[in-house]
Design a protein. Structure first.
Length: 462
């Protein structure tokens, strides 16, 4: 338990903006490893994770509405073989993604975020090789002006003509040219773009590319098949890039902090404290000044800001109350993890792994977990689709483990497991040997924890 106690103890216009901004984290299509891409839920998750921008794509419907979607064919995201350009928006809007959200227009997206100034977007214009549709840029400029988003968007595209047109319509909105080949970068294109978004492979192939572009006053963003490899991230950070477009915004933000130091940003989201131990709040996240009040297992909070300093992130949940962010999930509810309280985990493979200091970072700063050994689950974070589990050795990726039952596991927890929608049940487990109970049981969530998992509330004074 030493690692957990230690965690508690120490825990835990626009061109001008672009040129003056520090390293930027851009959530690629939102936070796609957690939630369906390019949905409001995915975008909110990316911003809550620390993304400076969210990258989105637009197509034009048959009745000239800008539709938020990466694909022209919506089969992959809606399970309906529907071509955006061949249908009116009223038809497209009826289609839903896996989380129940409807396909939305860019106007709807801007309307939702209009009064959330921390939300900024990189909008990609999806054009054909013949530069169609011809009216996309006019529609995009009109939408940006309508919702006064000029200082909160950047435009990027593989289409040089599209960016040139945007430079004429909205000259103060930054433009980023996406390239997968050095042959596409020339002085003509650089005359009307502010930045270049290049494949990581191009940087590896030309060590002078970044410095050459910087010497011409152009920012350099990097895109890749981004994974959670510390080697790749360290390489990117040390190559002085200005930003990364990534599928893992939380991880990108972690590296940004390592590069820049402390930072505070707005969140405005509800969360749940999902740790076995209670802990005292702090009133000063920089000096770790403790308060008398505590936060307890299953307690719901409203997070207004996040403050990160010296490798630790705190959520602000009151005027002068802060809690270690690692123990508050913005994406999980108490009900979704209730059946697994009191369980143990074992490694799936035969190799030892290291616990992580914080969920979703993949930085080996904890202690070693050994194959064949059981470790008590002490907390949860991540999402239903990608669970992270706290142990005495640190945080562990749920995909690397199996959940197993304590000896006194009762049918009540199994009953609660079966009440969860099938899409929210964890499958990497070996603990539910009971069928759903045939009768209704009046058991509160608190009773469930005590009866099914034999847990007692514990308080840790800092």
């Amino acid at each position: 338990m030493h690692f957990v106690k230690k965690l508690f103890l120490f825990s835990t216009c626009c061109l001008v903006f672009l040129l003056n901004s520090a390293f930027l984290v851009v959530g690629h299509r939102g936070d796609p490893t957690k939630f369906p891409e390019e949905t409001i839920q995915s975008d909110n998750s990316a911003f809550a994770a620390g993304a400076d921008y969210v990258e989105l794509d637009v197509h034009v419907s048959r009745d000239n509405v800008l539709v938020v979607s990466h694909d022209r064919d919506l089969q992959r995201v809606t399970n309906s073989p529907t071509i955006v350009s061949q249908n009116d928006f009223a038809t497209l809007h009826q289609l839903t993604q896996k989380n129940g959200e409807h396909i939305i227009s860019l106007d709807e997206l801007f309307a939702y975020y209009q009064d959330k100034p921390q939300a900024k977007f990189v909008i990609e214009t999806k054009k054909t090789k013949h530069n169609n549709p011809k009216n996309m840029e006019d529609l995009l400029a009109a939408s940006i002006k309508k919702y006064k988003m000029e200082k909160r968007v950047m435009i990027h595209s593989f289409s040089a003509p599209s960016l040139k047109k945007m430079s004429e319509l909205l000259p103060n909105v930054p433009r980023i040219f996406i390239v997968g080949s050095l042959k596409r970068i020339n002085f003509e294109v650089l005359s009307y773009v502010d930045a270049v978004n290049v494949s990581s492979d191009l940087i590896k192939g030309d060590p002078h590319l970044i410095s050459n572009l910087h010497s011409m006053g152009k920012k350099v963003f990097v895109w890749a098949e981004m994974d959670e490899s510390p080697k790749l991230w360290n390489w990117l950070i040390n190559n002085n890039v200005d930003g990364v477009v990534t599928n893992f915004p939380a991880l990108g933000y972690h590296y940004k902090l390592a590069k820049e130091g402390s930072h505070k940003y707005a969140i405005d989201a509800s969360g749940t404290y999902l740790c076995y131990y209670s802990t005292r709040l702090v009133e000063n996240p920089y000096l770790r000044v403790p308060k008398k009040s505590t936060i307890k297992q299953g307690q719901q909070v409203h997070v207004t800001n996040a403050v990160s300093d010296n490798g630790m992130t705190y959520y602000q949940i009151g005027e002068s109350s802060f809690v270690p962010a690692a123990f508050v999930s913005l994406n999980l509810t108490a009900a979704q993890v209730g059946p697994y309280w009191g369980s143990y985990l074992t490694l799936k493979g035969s190799r030892a792994i290291f616990g992580q200091s914080e969920p979703e970072t993949h930085l080996e700063q904890g202690q070693k977990l050994l194959p064949g050994k059981r470790y008590r689950v002490l907390g949860f974070n991540g999402s239903v689709n990608h669970l992270w589990l706290l142990t005495s050795k640190g945080w562990v990726d749920g995909k690397q483990v199996l959940l197993t039952s304590p000896h006194d596991y009762s049918p009540v927890a199994a009953w609660y497991y079966h009440q969860l929608p099938a899409s929210q049940r964890q499958l990497n487990l070996n603990l539910l040997t009971y069928n759903p109970l045939p009768v209704q049981i009046n058991v509160t969530y608190k009773d469930q924890l005590a009866v099914a998992c034999n847990l007692k509330a514990a308080s840790l004074r800092l």
